[in-house]
Design a protein around this ligand. Structure first.
Ligand code: NAG
Ligand code: NAG
Ligand code: NAG
Ligand code: NAG
Ligand code: NAG
Ligand code: NAG
Ligand code: NAG
Ligand code: NAG
Length: 911
């Protein structure tokens, strides 16, 4: 393992962006509350030594491998029953990773000990291979002692006789099933004798039992197990009988078989979109670290989507916020191992992947409708030091005709230019309103003794607001409002909210007890819960930090979104680094501090797709990479891909060469400009997709397998993706190429730019990809609206629409458009929107206004093209009037100068 870990402090826990620009230090004195608790500004690369514990554990492990276990212990054959367990089905009885398991340790747990032939060379930790110590079939576990019917399902009592080796083992627990909807089962396993921590996100409560569920629940009595099958196919979706259930105070564990190795979700990790089930343990505990494989990262999402034979899919959500491991193994099977809370979970039976996500979002909440400018191009860097230098970049972009997020907030620069006023001068030491006021109101996280916990972030000693307390939300609002009075920002970027700490714990250390050192610690980076965060024993209003740590980003986002709503009275724009289920209701997310490398460009696609499954569709990676120097070719390719991130932001680290488009050669600059203008022209498509995400829980950036779940070849694709159901994006993810290979599921596909058609039987196709092109295809049967791009996004700009129809073989197609003022809160809910549906059938296109609004009257419909018109028409009619048209050899019919309005019903027909 690496002996050194690069710890890279980043920007700030609270940065202010206005219209897409991060304003770090406006000229003159500090406009920013520089010492805001969990505070602001910059820092250097710090090289830190990995904790001694890990080094020590590794050394010990190495010595162990060198000498081999058998040279230390006489070899005793395991009981024959142990040997009968196939390797893939061995469930780890000794997951502790800082200990090398020996026969003695294993047998003390009454488990089977069979050292695997060779240590898993490629894995850092021995537990990531076939476990040497695993549960025998007769390992003592709970049995089902009683089972009663309830209004919504069943309630049973689970008992066991023998305590296991984890302290605080609970001998009697209660299991409750609730048949909440025909596609959603809810199960809770609780301790009837005490109240344990439960995650406070609001979930829907069912009042009557589902009448016709597509799932059936069975129990195994002895040992206890829960088996869920899909009624329509008989597929076993969940079978927890495969390994024992644990329910100790700080160790709760259960396992299940999986119907296939195709499993997705389980964020936040840097990995391929499809998870590897070859002994792959994913740890969840919010953590500030540059994205790397095999470690816990910024967010926590205990949800997976799993495919079944025949293309049906189901989902599983464990509503738990404690530090946990999710262990995948090739059986295929999965183990949940958490160190607190209760076992509260949901099963969603789809049956297709998209409906699984919809059902998951019904529980955690649909994403918010973003303000329109959130979808523009954001340019950002750590180190735009002055308002002047920032303004120079804006001017340079404009001069080059590169689109960007609209500028409503030029006041930022005005305020900065006018220099510091009395209220803004740097406060004398010891008097700083946010801190003083926060102390007065008692908003900060306390240490175990009840004193304000002090850690270290930017630029030094830091107190942490406790966002689990409503009082803190009001204080947060007051701070933001005071700042907004000086600098009228439009959105908030909340960072370092894992929460990050440059110390482990606090300036005063942490108590040494079982909260800080639980009997079992999941595989968190640093091997301590407090590694680079506050003490697990820290006290928050809601509970110990131990329980609520991974909720910090969610709760800060809630406070920020609601404050911003009050201040700007528009849809709040918030992006957050740390996230938890239901975050999409309050914020978007960027994928953290990626590097300017081709690999990072590629893995960003998996990150984007995964967060779309997790209900946070407003997501993007730092285009061109955050750290390291960007190469021109990489930056061009990344801008092309980034033009299709739902959230498009170029972000750069301090001291790096500039990487905004104007920093490159004219050729590169033009290629980037084209990609960004393409994005802007597709704004109506993207905005409509976000509407469906908000209303129906749809994904925006969508994996191919969602649209083609029966095609197994799509299951691992993470170099291509769709927008919605019909726009296929095939980016270049490798250097030095001018072509790209993409998979085209069975369908008729049209080149977006030319209308040339490709009929695929489900094949890989090689496409030309010169540096200035990103391949984009339109699936048969779709109609999309594009808009003539302008340099800024402004929904009411009156930029004309172009309707593009991609006809199926039978000449049909359909699509829709959602339109509103782009910024008012809850326009759908208050009916302040227009909704238009397009249909093509039998040579007639109709545009029908299903919901009308004045916003639609400002939008002209200028032209329409139809891809796949098999014969040249002799006549085209627009609302029964003769119209001029063009027809080209590649079967494209174009009608220009329509002079129509989006707000009117109309027809275009040909014969
Ligand atoms: C559930 O798992 C147990 C233990 O592996 C196995 O014996 C049983 O057959 C499984 N049940 C179903 C329905 O697959
Ligand atoms: C901003 O200032 C820092 C520190 O003085 C410097 O290292 C950095 O290069 C500056 N950034 C830009 C974009 O000029
Ligand atoms: C702002 O930047 C421009 C161009 O770099 C420079 O000419 C001007 O002097 C700067 N103004 C201030 C106040 O630094
Ligand atoms: C962009 O929009 C502005 C404001 O509506 C308009 O004045 C300008 O002509 C547009 N530019 C282009 C290139 O369409
Ligand atoms: C427009 O089309 C919708 C949907 O078919 C219909 O309900 C509505 O009456 C039409 N409006 C007009 C003015 O024709
Ligand atoms: C929609 O409303 C506008 C006026 O706001 C009106 O001109 C138009 O005819 C309406 N469209 C339909 C289809 O009713
Ligand atoms: C037809 O194509 C010609 C040449 O490209 C173009 O000038 C004309 O505007 C087009 N007409 C229509 C109706 O699209
Ligand atoms: C481009 C890249 O490496 N993307 C990764 C950035 O980090 C996130 C995690 O925060 C990963 O999910 C992305 O895959």
């Amino acid at each position: 393992p690496p002996l050194f870990e690069q710890l890279q402090p980043k920007r700030c826990s609270l940065s202010w962006i206005s219209c897409g620009f991060q304003v770090l230090e406006p000229e003159g004195a500090s406009l920013l509350p520089r010492q805001l608790p969990c505070s602001v500004t910059t820092g250097l690369l710090v090289i830190g030594c990995l904790l001694l514990l890990l080094c020590g554990g590794w050394l010990l492990g190495t010595m162990f491998w060198l000498h081999g276990p058998s040279s230390q212990q006489p070899h005793r054959p395991p009981p024959p029953a142990c040997g009968r367990t196939p390797e893939a089905w061995r469930f780890d009885c000794y997951p502790e990773r800082t200990v090398v398991v020996t026969r003695e340790l294993c047998e003390a747990r009454n488990c089977c000990f069979i050292p695997a032939a060779a240590p898993p060379a490629s894995k850092k930790r021995h537990q990531n291979g076939i476990p040497w110590c695993f549960y025998p079939a007769d390992f003592p576990s709970y049995s089902l002692a009683s089972l009663d019917k309830t209004l919504l399902g069943q309630k049973g009592s689970l008992v066991k006789e023998v305590k296991t080796y984890y302290p605080g083992d609970i001998l009697t627990v209660e299991v409750e099933t609730r048949y909440e909807t025909d596609s959603r089962l809810h199960v809770r396993i609780t301790d009837p004798s005490s109240s344990r921590f439960e995650v406070p996100i609001p979930v829907p409560a069912a009042t009557k039992k589902a009448e016709n569920p597509d799932y059936a629940v069975e129990f195994s009595k002895q040992p206890f197990g829960l088996i869920v099958t899909r009624r329509s196919t008989g597929t076993v979706i969940l079978n927890t009988t495969v390994a024992p259930l644990f329910y100790a105070d700080q160790f709760l564990q259960f396992s299940t078989s999986l119907p296939s190795p195709f499993i997705y979700g389980l964020g936040e990790h840097r990995s391929t979109f499809l998870h590897d089930v070859q002994w792959n343990t994913l740890t969840m505990w919010a953590r500030d670290v540059p994205p790397m494989e095999e470690t816990n990262l910024y967010g926590v999402h205990p949800f997976y989507l799993s495919m079944e034979e025949g293309g049906t899919a189901h989902g599983f959500f464990l509503l738990n916020s404690n530090a946990m491991d999710v262990a995948l193994q090739p059986a295929p099977a999965l183990t949940w191992r958490t160190i607190g809370g209760i076992l509260d979970f949901y099963v969603f039976v789809g049956p297709d992947p998209g409906s699984v996500i919809q059902q998951y979002l019904e529980v955690i909440g649909n994403p918010a409708m973003p303000i329109y400018w959130a979808l523009g191009y954001h340019l950002c860097r750590w180190g735009y030091n002055t308002s002047n230098s920032t303004w120079e970049v804006v001017k340079s972009l404009r001069n080059s005709g590169i689109p960007q997020v609209a500028f409503g907030g030029l006041n930022v620069w005005n305020a900065a230019r006018h220099g510091p006023g009395p209220a803004r001068s740097r406060p004398p030491e010891g008097s700083y309103w946010p801190f003083d006021e926060g102390l007065k109101r008692g908003v900060f996280i306390k240490d175990a003794e009840g004193k304000t916990l002090i850690g270290k972030v930017w630029p030094g000693l830091t107190a942490y607001p406790d966002f689990s307390d409503e009082v803190t939300h009001e204080w947060w609002y007051d701070n933001l409002r005071r700042f907004h009075d000086k600098v009228p920002f439009d959105g908030l970027w909340i960072d370092m909210n894992e929460p990050s700490n440059f110390l482990d714990g606090s300036t005063n250390g942490c108590p040494e007890n079982s909260i800080e050192h639980p009997p079992y610690t999941p595989g968190v980076l640093g091997d301590l819960l407090r590694a680079k965060t506050v003490c697990a024993t820290a006290q928050q209003k809601l509970s110990l930090h131990y329980n609520v740590h991974s909720l910090y980003g969610l709760m800060e986002a809630q406070a920020s979104a609601s404050a911003l709503k009050r201040i700007v009275a528009k849809r709040p724009f918030v992006i957050s680094r740390s996230t938890f289920p239901s975050q999409g209701m309050y914020s978007g997310h960027w994928l953290g501090d990626n590097r300017s490398q081709w690999k990072d460009l590629y893995t960003s696609i998996a990150g984007i797709l995964t967060f779309n499954l997790l209900g946070i569709p407003l997501v993007g990676a730092d285009i061109c990479g955050f750290s390291e120097e960007p190469q021109e070719e990489l930056c061009v390719r990344w801008t092309q891909l980034g033009a299709f991130y739902p959230f498009t932001r170029n972000h750069n680290a301090i001291d790096m060469q500039p990487q905004d488009p104007t920093a490159f050669s004219p050729l590169a600059r033009t290629a980037m400009k084209q990609a960004l203008l393409l994005r802007y022209s597709l704004f109506p498509v993207l905005y409509t997709l976000f509407h469906h995400a908000h209303l129906h829980g749809h994904t925006v950036a969508r994996p191919l397998m969602f649209e083609f779940p029966k095609d197994v070849q799509t299951y691992a694709i993470d170099k291509q993706f769709l927008w919605g159901k019909s726009l296929l994006v095939t980016p270049v993810v490798d250097p030095g190429v001018d072509q790209v290979v993409g998979y085209f599921p069975e369908s008729l596909w049209y080149d977006f730019y030319t209308g040339d058609s490709v009929r695929s039987k489900g094949e890989k196709l090689q496409l030309a990809a010169p540096l200035d092109k990103i391949n984009l295809h339109l699936r048969e049967g779709s109609v999309i609206a594009t808009q003539t791009p302008n340099l800024t996004l402004w929904v009411s700009s009156g930029q004309p629409l172009h309707l593009l129809s991609a006809l199926s073989d039978d000449g049909s197609a359909g699509g829709d458009l959602f339109w509103d003022d782009g910024e008012s809160i809850d326009t759908y809910e208050s009916e302040q929107y227009a909704y238009i549906v397009f249909n093509v059938a039998q040579k007639v296109m109709t545009s029908q206004v299903l919901h009308n609004h004045t916003e639609a009257t400002f939008i002209p419909v200028a032209s329409a093209s139809f891809y796949g018109v098999k014969e040249k028409p002799s006549q085209v009619l627009v609302n029964s009037q003769d119209a001029t048209f063009n027809y080209s050899d590649n079967q494209v019919l174009t009608v220009a100068d329509l002079g129509l309005k989006l707000s009117e019903n109309f027809t275009i027909s040909w014969s």
